[in-house]
Write a protein that binds this ligand. Sequence first.
Ligand code: V55
Ligand code: FE
Length: 515
Amino acid sequence: MTGERGGPASKDRRRFLASAAAGAAVTVGAAAAPAVAAGVDFPKARGKFGAGGSESGGVSRAEMTLHDCEVEGQLPLDLDGTFYRVGPDAQYPKPKAYEDDIFFDGEGHVSMFRFRNGHVDFTSRYVRNDRWKAQHAARRSLFGYYRNRASDDPSVQNVRRGSHNTHIWVHANRLYALKEDSPPALIHPHTLETLDANYTFGGALTSQTFTAHPKNDPETGEMFAFGYEAKGLGSTDINVFSVGRDGQLKWSAWINAPYCCMLHDFAVTRRHIAFLAIPMAYSPASPVHWAWDSTKQPWLGVMRRGGDGKDIRWVPGPMNMSDHTMGSWSDGDRFYWDMDGADGNRFPFFPHLHDSFDPVKGQARVRRFSMDLSKKRITNFDMQVLYPDVTGALSRQDDRYNVDPYRYGFLVSNTQGKGPGWTMFDHQTRTHRTYHPGPDITLSEAVFAPRRKGAPEADGYLMGMAYFQKENRSEVLVLDTRDITAGPIARVQLPFKATPQIHGNWIPADQLPAV
Ligand code: V55
Ligand code: FE
């Protein structure tokens, strides 16, 4: 997560672990309701949950409706669809004992920019899940550390803690808000009203969890997704499944990870499905569920798509922390998967079990993972850095190519001396171009919008949020992919700072139900 964030939190990891362990031991007492209700007073110190430095640049909390945003430049009149985005936007400050909780634990706040006839309407709403409702009624934070049930207030021990703060996805005319520890929340695509905060496909979903990174197959109309820790926190069980065009659960298989770790994204091709286990592993000693365990090895697991999962081959390989898929494909029995990834932990806010955070090892580059499944014996997976000169995060592609060979990818990059940028890669020529917005402007994830239905791969627009630090407000910048270095063709302006963002998506109007 680079995006709209400040520098890395400068927290003492050991102290964090130690105080967290102590905090966990006194959880129940510490969380008892105060005699005097605390006011809504977010900490000011950078690095504290909800404060200016907790990786997010603070909180927004305001649910907004803005009819007809100011637009500078020329928006194509036929650009018809919605740019959705979501991120953790702390609903309430945490109790003192949990102030060092991480940005990833904020409540999901969804926003949308509806583009039509050269006009753009903006709406933002929190996901009204069980957690949000409980805290709304109590007027305070009731949930402790990220994915740590033991730190929750006694009054919410049986309340779902899913925050739905990571990604939004559209399939079969439905809009989902996603968090990898919970089933999806079903959201109304035009009002952002929460329709079902625990959507289980009519009870058919057996996994307790659902990834934030599904993939759509445009040919079969299926959505592929998975849940990890699918049988409960700490479990190695993975449920991988597809949902048909009709919105019904279609195919399901169960596999096991080599150890319980963060399986944030995955790969789906026409023939294969793959997972990368990384040493961001479950640790009961960590207050925030995960810890970087340098004694563990990454493993790549590849299985046949549509099978029962028994054929999965887990193979070890070089140390890395890769999490976001740029693209993946199969060429016969050969499987290829591009991700942005680093040589070590890239999230300084998760504790280390055996070493300490290394900012050099935390720098990510685009890597290509591959496995030749025709071989009887495979001793290790292959990993190659494709563009050594570009560091960045939040890989994306033209999502119409999720399961097919692809040529173009996008990244939020960072260039020494030039600051943040959006980089577009052409894997065929192994070249790249970068748009740099200039000083004091930070960029969120860039998403791709096809120029029109059936446009060639990556022909269209690249858009995303830019935060203008000096003016403390945000804009959606719209670039033409024919030359992103030319700068925005249009700027959709908000007179305020946008809600924090993890991921977003452009959804063409023909994939949404009529208003
Ligand atoms: C990520 C983000 C999350 C999370 C786990 O980008 C992984 C990775 C915003 O929450 O819970
Ligand atoms: Fe993600």
